[in-house]
Design a binder for this molecule. Structure first.
Ligand code: CP
Length: 335
């Protein structure tokens, strides 16, 4: 039994598969009292629609209580560095925040996006790791530099539509967006598809958009251990050809991290990576999805978003079911 849900790296495929089985049970029977007398602090350092709603509703559907806190907005700003003179905006230190919340709630869930100044700093995932260190209750990742809840929802959706996923072609495609966004969902997309033995293709405009080597190595190892193939390409046709599932996300180029103006000079040339009907026509009747939110006619066309093959809303719904299954698992509750 795992104490935390911070990344899927340390979860076996069989454990993740069981969460998906449980999620399907919860989809058909949403209400129970398995979290009765359990309370959760949901800390959002960044905006959310789906994550906040699905966690709050999911906890309520199982008899628990959720308290939403937005440090720096409706709760005090938090200092995460040790041995500093706290003469900036933060009013309290993570040591006290984690200790106090641990006396009130049974689990703490955190959304803390990177700061987009230094990848070397952001890739240490300091916020969630500080909560893990200083709290003594389970910690749940609601998106930091990975998005493991989205991973579960994605794989629940992929399995529903593809059935057996082993060696099916999963395309993780970069798509255009005017700003350099978090790599979390892309990191997660290649982690979960490779964990389930899919042949994973990462499509991005050029080598500057290749994801951090940690996630490339993990995905490559996952694939190799299951007789699957991990491929990186910058060729749109090669990538879409015969894909069984297309997953899109935009992210910033790591070599230009912290320098959005320089990155923009690259990014603006790649608007043609937007997902459109022509690209989808090259696939093996693939389903298309995106974690949402999505800017229409920037990341994907209206035609793609309105097509029968677009399962983005279904994936968003599945967030509710998989997170409920994951929370029950952290408390050792069986369905
Ligand atoms: N996909 C996702 O996490 O959505 P929100 O940012 O709205 O929570």
């Amino acid at each position: 039994m795992h104490k935390h849900f911070i990344n899927t790296e340390n979860w076996a495929q069989s454990e993740l598969s069981q969460l998906l089985v449980d999620a399907n049970v919860l989809k058909n029977n949403p209400h129970n009292q398995l979290l009765k007398n359990k309370s959760f602090a949901l800390l959002f350092l960044n905006p959310s629609m789906r994550t906040r709603t699905s966690f709050e509703v999911g906890i309520q559907q199982m008899g628990g209580v959720a308290v939403v806190l937005q440090p720096g907005k409706d709760a005090w700003g938090i200092e995460f560095n040790n041995n500093v003179v706290m003469d900036g905006d933060a009013e309290e230190h993570i040591k006290e925040v984690a200790a106090v919340l641990s006396t009130y709630v049974d689990a703490i869930a955190i959304r803390a996006f990177p700061k987009f100044i230094s990848w070397e700093d952001d890739k240490q995932d300091k916020v969630i790791n500080a909560f893990k260190k200083y709290a003594n209750v389970p910690i749940i990742n609601m998106e930091t530099i990975t998005h493991p809840c989205q991973e579960l929802a994605l794989m629940m959706t992929v399995k529903k539509h593809l059935g057996v996923v082993q060696n099916k072609k999963f395309l993780m495609t970069w798509t255009y967006h005017p700003k350099p966004l978090n790599t979390a969902v892309a990191n997660s997309g290649i982690l979960i598809s490779s964990k389930f033995g899919m042949n994973v293709t990462l499509l991005c405009p050029n080598e500057n958009y290749i994801l951090d080597e940690k996630y490339i190595e993990l995905a490559t190892k996952n694939c190799e251990s299951q007789g699957a193939i991990f491929t990186i390409t910058h060729d749109i046709e090669e990538a879409y050809k015969d894909a069984d599932f297309v997953y899109a996300k935009s992210w910033g180029a790591l070599p230009f991290y912290g320098d959005p103006e320089k990155e923009w000079k690259q990014r603006r040339k790649f608007q043609h990576f937007m997902v459109d009907e022509h690209k989808m026509s090259m696939t093996n009747n693939a389903k298309f999805s995106h974690c949402l939110p999505l800017r229409r006619n920037i990341k994907a066309t209206d035609a793609v978003m309105d097509a029968d093959y677009c399962v983005a809303v279904e994936e968003a719904e599945n967030r509710l079911h998989v997170q409920k299954a994951m929370m029950l698992s952290l408390f050792g509750e069986k369905l």
